[in-house]
Design a protein around this ligand. Structure first.
Ligand SMILES: [Ca+2]
Length: 299
């Protein structure tokens, strides 16, 4: 490609990324209710995952949950976390960046990496999920989903897809995938074929930059790229039922690129884990419903 055209393309890409970032930030700000409106919503139940009723769109206030740290665990500071899942007592993690991408089995208590598969340097690892005895791992712009044996990390097969790969989870039946837009795609785990799509909306406005995902008690939870907010999404309608404001997690030496990214759920013990890119810590958290968190803020 001639240098002049290449320069123009690069400039256009930078401009487009800037527009997308502004749209995402504006969308989030426009979608979030104030603390006062959030406090008027029903409180949750005494559980790590209080249930959230779906607000009647388009104008009903969307509750904003806060969090309480239950436990803090070590996390590899060099792990550029792109996918996180909990399975049978262990964490499974995908890391990104070309030349540094990997699939890992991690001991929760120590953060020790028990098994690692390094991707070839041309691949940029993204979301992972475990379904049956298989691990599925997306790549960002390579258009390939790797499928591994859960126990050995031996590659079983791979699928090709169009567009970018960001987050991945499953509901026990379908793979559920984000691509950085406001769209979530449900896929057949045997063929990777599209089954259906939802567009994620908060008060009628698109919620873009959907990143790492986790399926928790009948909801899809999504990190929003470059944000400390997690969206709790209705898998049928795509409506955001609630936000979780994760601002304030005590992460030492965090830079602007080291964003919150990584949600895992221990279904058996109803434990929620979160971490971020190159974070030295991984947190087990409980949600604090809006009424409780609002009450705490009052003098
Ligand atoms: Ca996850």
């Amino acid at each position: 490609m001639p240098a002049g055209i290449l320069l123009a393309v690069k400039r256009w890409n930078r401009l487009w990324k800037g527009v997308m970032m502004l749209t995402a930030v504006w969308g989030l700000q426009a979608c979030q209710p104030t603390n006062e409106t959030a406090a008027s919503t029903p409180s949750g139940q005494p559980s790590a995952v209080p249930s959230a009723e779906t607000p009647s769109p388009p104008n009903a206030p969307i509750p904003v949950y806060r969090y309480r740290i239950v436990n803090t665990f070590p996390h590899d500071k060099n792990a550029f976390t792109q996918g996180l899942e909990y399975h049978n007592g262990y964490l499974y993690e995908s890391t990104g960046l070309k030349g540094e991408s990997s699939l890992r089995k991690v001991e929760l208590r120590t953060g020790r990496v028990l098994r690692i598969h390094r991707l070839a340097p041309e691949y940029f690892g993204e979301g992972i999920t475990i379904l049956g005895d298989r691990i599925y791992q997306l790549t960002w712009q390579n258009g390939i989903c790797f499928v591994y044996d859960l126990n050995t990390f031996r590659q079983i097969t791979q699928f090709r897809y169009y567009g970018e790969g960001w987050g991945l989870t499953n509901d026990g039946k379908h793979l559920i995938m984000s691509d950085g837009s406001d769209t979530i795609t449900f896929r057949d785990p045997e063929t990777f074929a599209e089954v259906r799509k939802i567009r994620v909306r908060a008060n009628g406005k698109p919620v873009e930059m959907l990143n790492e995902l986790e399926y928790i008690e009948g909801e899809i939870w999504a990190n929003i790229w470059y944000s400390d907010m997690i969206a709790r999404i209705d898998p049928q309608t795509g409506f955001v039922k609630a936000w979780i404001d994760m601002e304030g997690l005590p992460v030492p030496d965090r830079t602007s690129e080291d964003v919150l990214n990584g949600i895992a759920y221990d279904r058996q013990n109803k434990r929620i884990f979160v971490t971020g890119k190159r974070w030295s810590k991984l947190f087990e958290i409980e949600l604090v419903p809006p009424e409780t968190s609002s009450r705490k803020e009052q003098p």
